[in-house]
Ligand binder design. Structure first.
Ligand code: NFE
Ligand code: MG
Length: 569
């Protein structure tokens, strides 16, 4: 069978540098796929020999998106190593900051990073404004930014772009692609929410900054607790948090969730987003403290999509290997013993055919050898998908009533079967449903904090680091893109070894020594691409994972050639 190689590099609207290469057959069905991170960041190496109290501050520089996640992970890994239990006020404050991060992250993901895979912006110009305004009521009783005047203004704004021949932020997309399924009216509704979400994400960022001092890269967590004492004790500050929280929650419920239901209806027959997930193993770790002892989301593993059984996580069975990654040590290692010694072996020369149909000498991934800066994490030797979908499935299968209520409501309102969750559509919906579970329950965290502050103002535990002792500890918990873990060893009072195993590493990692493909790769195999010069289906699947490649490879840049060119050989 003859195959052609298609290269998509870079995948845009993500954090970091990601390259996807696929082999398609004569019917444009993907036969094989390779996921490559083309950038390496040496954060795990940078923290070695540093004071463990600085781990959080340094590790949060892994990423510009989930800075809080790595900050907290660095702080809590060290707390775990030193046996420190932070006071309840600190735990709950961290949980509130975490909730704000999830709310921000998922809104930005759906509208600004992934939305244009679902919304045909140019088609919105054909919308009947009155019809669109009515349509919005199908998905919520209280639509946002979809009054006739709102929609007219949105249409005029976009029309001005189109008339000038400059689509600005909407340029270089695949408008008119055959796999777009919204009506012009639905496109206009979602486009209006895209613009509104630019404002709402600012409010969500303010929520994070309120306790964090700033955003991104907050500064108020410290080993033992939090330092934002004056904010916690200031009623007007807490009131402001509440007001802004409700503003963001309102948008999530009446715009984001409404649009996800609209997408469920419009796209449930679009094969490129409703094919069964390539990896049917899902792993998630509990997080989001609601009170003294309860978490919103649960821990566990689902194997082969079987929701009748949830397996516990044995942390000793987590490994990372580098058979196809640009590091020297190939063998699977537990993160406490992980190694990060770069070994870049380059790309392979190949003749490829450019968009004009002519053969050109080019560079391609060495898929028989090493081809990514991302390692391949495995659990008990098996591939795992992590992320909001895994989180919801684990909590759902465990009978978590708070999560079940949200998921069942979604399935009931859209008429989608449970199997629809195990798809790219389900993965995209899961981020919204996770945000819904947060806004429906997050006030419990806030109220518990307020009540506790009346009787207990402790915000930081005291501790002592014994220089003659050796310590090891870890943080493990779900962050917006899935299960994150940080592993630290401390010796002579400094960090001896540090490893971060990050959500996008689990999902974007390359094939392992047994030939098992990473989740990005396996989710592309079998996908039919309508037009290989416009590989929207590939981008849509990859975006459904919300890639963060800076996180995944944790400062040099080794980009491949011909960036931004689609090549065929
Ligand atoms: Ni850089 Fe992250 C999240 C972490 S990466 S965004 O969420 O950890 O997958
Ligand atoms: Mg790592």
């Amino acid at each position: 069978m003859s195959t052609k190689r298609v290269i998509v590099d870079p995948i845009t609207r993500i954090e970091g540098h990601l390259r996807i290469e696929v082999e398609v057959d004569e019917n444009n069905v993907i036969q094989d796929a390779f996921s490559s991170a083309t950038l390496w960041r040496g954060l795990e190496t940078i923290v070695k020999n540093r004071d463990p109290r600085d781990a959080g501050f340094l590790m949060q520089r892994i990423c510009g998106v989930c800075t809080f996640s790595h900050y907290r992970a660095g702080i809590e890994a060290v707390e775990d190593a030193l046996g420190i239990v932070p006071p309840l006020n600190a735990k709950l404050t961290r949980s509130l900051m975490n909730q704000a991060l999830f709310m921000h992250d998922h809104v930005v993901h759906f509208y600004h990073l992934h939305g244009l895979d679902w919304v045909d912006v140019v088609s919105a110009l054909d919308a009947d404004v009155a019809k669109a305004s009515k349509e919005a009521f199908k998905y919520t009783k209280y639509p946002i930014a979809t009054g006739e005047n709102d929609l007219l203004k949105v249409k005029d704004r976009v029309k001005a772009f189109v008339d000038k021949g400059e689509l600005g932020p909407f340029a270089n997309a695949y408008w008119g692609h055959g796999t777009f399924k919204f009506t012009p009216e639905q496109n206009l509704i979602a486009l209006s929410h895209y613009l509104k979400a630019l404002e709402v994400q600012r409010t969500a960022a303010q929520l994070m900054a309120m306790f964090g001092g700033k955003q991104p890269h907050p500064q108020s967590l410290t080993v033992g607790g939090v330092t934002c004492v004056m904010d916690l004790l200031d009623p007007s500050r807490m009131g402001e948090y509440l007001t802004k929280y409700k503003e963001v929650a309102n948008f999530i419920e009446h715009a984001y969730y409404a649009d996800i239901k609209m997408a469920g209806g419009a796209y449930f027959k679009e094969g490129s987003v409703t094919a069964q997930a390539g990896t049917m193993n899902f792993m998630s770790h509990q997080m989001m403290e609601l009170n003294r002892s309860e978490y919103l989301f649960d821990t566990g593993i689902i194997l082969n999509g079987d929701l009748s059984k949830v397996y516990p996580i044995n942390e000793d069975l987590i490994t990372e290997e580098a058979t196809h990654s640009w590091y020297a040590d190939n063998e699977p290692l537990h993160p406490y013993n992980g190694k990060t010694n770069p070994n870049y072996t380059g790309l392979k020369d190949k003749m490829t055919i450019g968009p004009d149909g002519k053969e050109i000498p080019s560079k391609s991934l060495d898929d028989q050898g090493k081809y990514s800066w991302i390692k391949s994490p495995r659990y008990d030797g098996q591939v795992m998908e992590v992320g909001p979908l895994s989180c919801l499935l684990v909590s759902y299968a465990k009978g978590n009533t708070k999560v079940k209520a949200v998921v069942d409501e979604f399935l009931q309102e859209t008429g989608l079967p449970t199997e629809a969750l195990f798809t790219a559509l389900g993965r995209t919906a899961a981020r919204c449903l996770q945000a819904m579970a947060i806004i429906r329950n997050g006030m419990e965290t806030f109220n518990t904090l307020i009540e506790n502050l009346k009787v207990d103002q402790e915000t930081c535990a005291s501790y002592h680091i014994d220089k003659d002792k050796e310590y090891k500890g870890r943080f493990i918990g779900d962050v917006p893109r899935g299960m994150l873990s940080h592993w630290v060893r401390i010796k002579n009072g400094v960090i001896e070894n540090y490893q971060a195993v990050v959500p996008s590493t689990w999902n974007a990692g390359p094939t392992d020594s047994k030939g098992q493909k990473g989740p990005y790769e396996s989710n592309l195999i079998g996908l039919k691409v309508e037009d290989i010069s416009k590989p929207l289906e590939i981008i849509r699947i990859i975006h459904s994972f919300d890639p963060c490649i800076a996180c995944a490879v944790h400062v040099m840049d080794k980009k491949g050639n011909n960036l931004g060119v689609y090549k065929v050989d």
